[in-house]
Design a binder for this molecule. Structure first.
Ligand code: PFF
Length: 451
């Protein structure tokens, strides 16, 4: 595609919002709180923060450098930067992964639509404890909400970069922040909430094991949408004069901030209700509606409002992330295969819809279908987050750290030397890119294989 025809994000703030929109999602609101619960609370958070800044952030820079310099989709960018080499095949790997993630992510995104409606208690019956497993194992309702979710994602991606993705992120990201803040305040007012707060701020370093480190690394990958070309693709729509260092720090900072906010929204409520913090993936969807329904007391309107607000924020967060997953494949089909944007959106939506349906059914009618000892949903989740995403990240960091000429990397990172701070930081970033990040990823792999 001709470079001049490519759309661009309007400015640096918008790029940060879109990147943060991709990063902040179910990974922060749904996965981070239960991972923290399972892996030891505050100690996990400390390791997670280190992983974010020393391993995830350099990979974020690597993807941004490739995307903005290549100014194309994942495949095309790498082809441009390393003509004649085989590195662009890596681009293909990272195009398939986000579409697969989109399939099962949309199922969980759909749950938030369902729970949003169920929040309106008397009208739709407040979910009782145990009803979560009943809901996900049924066939129709989860598939219906999964379908609605995919349609919403497709509608935004269809509208394009400025009119669709940029506008939607601008509208929903600030709203999401306000919504979660409301929940945090509400959570803090519950009797017994302070135990949950303590759990999040008092680290017990004896709890740090190799498993905890691997889990924290994996969570950092998932949360920053790394290794799947979303960062790369969004960066290709960035203006040349925008600042990669500011973008990276801004996105990682926002992402971390939202994860912590979600932790502070969820944990105090969990402790207030006397539930185990390690209750697993069901925490948000099962525990919270139950907690809300108990805590509202006489004021049913309060329960309904808080619950509805919460699931609406989960939905917004999930949508902005899913949009970024779909855009990777759409950019590829449009730019490499010459497809019309609308056709590309439809093709990917149909694929994700069908695979997503299988994932959804794997909680009920298809529960018997096992792939390597996992249900279809779990298999795809583990395949993508534990293997494909870190593998993509490893290849991106090796490409920028070892394949691209250092002068070219510096040029892109510092906008041709114009950003003095970026240039000064470059040696440190390069060290992280060449050594620290690849070793970190190999640790994830080794722990997964040996564990
Ligand atoms: N970062 C998203 C989250 O935390 O929910 C998940 C995600 C987005 C994964 C985009 C993969 C992706 F391509």
């Amino acid at each position: 595609m001709d470079l001049k025809q490519r759309e661009e994000f309007s400015n640096n703030i918008v790029v940060i919002l879109a990147m943060a929109g991709s990063a902040i999602g179910l990974g922060n609101i749904w996965r981070f709180p239960y991972m923290t619960g399972e892996y030891g609370g505050a100690a996990f958070i400390v390791v997670y923060i280190l992983a974010c800044f020393f391993i995830a952030l350099p990979i974020f820079f690597a993807e941004t450098i490739i995307g903005r310099r290549g100014r194309s989709d994942t495949f095309g960018s790498i082809k441009k930067l390393a003509p004649g080499s085989r590195w662009h095949h890596l681009g293909l790997l990272t195009i398939i992964t986000p579409i697969v993630v989109l399939s099962y992510y949309s199922v969980v995104g759909g749950w938030s639509i369902h729970y949003f409606f169920r929040s309106f208690g008397p009208l739709f019956s407040l979910p009782a404890a145990g009803s979560f497993s009943e809901f996900i194992s049924s066939a129709e309702a989860p598939i219906l909400s999964h379908s609605i979710f995919i349609i919403l994602v497709a509608a935004v991606v269809l509208a394009g970069i400025r009119k669709g993705i940029e506008k939607f992120n601008k509208l929903t990201m600030p709203m999401l922040f306000v919504l979660i803040l409301v929940i945090v305040v509400y959570s803090f007012t519950l009797p017994g909430a302070m135990k949950g707060v303590e759990y999040l701020v008092n680290p017990d370093f004896s709890k740090i094991t190799p498993d905890v480190v691997a889990a924290a690394l994996g969570q950092a990958f998932f949360s920053l949408s790394l290794g799947v070309g979303t960062v790369l693709t969004y960066a290709s729509y960035m203006r040349k004069r925008d600042n990669i260092l500011v973008l990276g720090l801004g996105t990682a900072g926002f992402d971390l901030f939202f994860a912590l906010l979600a932790g502070f929204a969820v944990m105090p409520a969990v402790f207030a209700a006397g539930i185990s913090p390690a209750a697993g993936p069901g925490v948000v969807f099962e525990t919270l509606p139950f907690v809300f329904s108990k805590m509202g007391g006489a004021a049913i309107w309060l329960t309904v409002t808080i619950s509805a607000i919460f699931f609406l924020s989960v939905l917004f967060a999930a949508l902005t992330s899913a949009i970024s997953m779909m855009e990777v494949g759409v950019a590829y089909l449009v730019e490499e295969k010459g497809m019309k944007r609308s056709r590309a959106v439809i093709a990917i939506s149909i694929f994700a819809w069908i695979v997503g349906m299988l994932c959804s059914l794997s909680f009920g009618p298809l529960a018997g279908v096992q792939l390597f000892g996992n249900s279809i949903f779990d298999f795809l989740d583990k395949l993508c987050s534990n293997w494909m995403m870190p593998l993509g990240g490893l290849l991106f960091t090796l490409f920028v750290g070892w394949k691209m000429p250092p002068a070219e990397v510096l040029d892109e990172f510092s906008n041709g030397g114009k950003k003095k701070l970026n240039a000064a930081m470059y040696p440190a970033v390069r060290f992280l890119l060449r050594y620290v990040a690849p070793v970190g990823i190999v640790v994830i792999f080794a722990t997964a294989i040996l564990g």
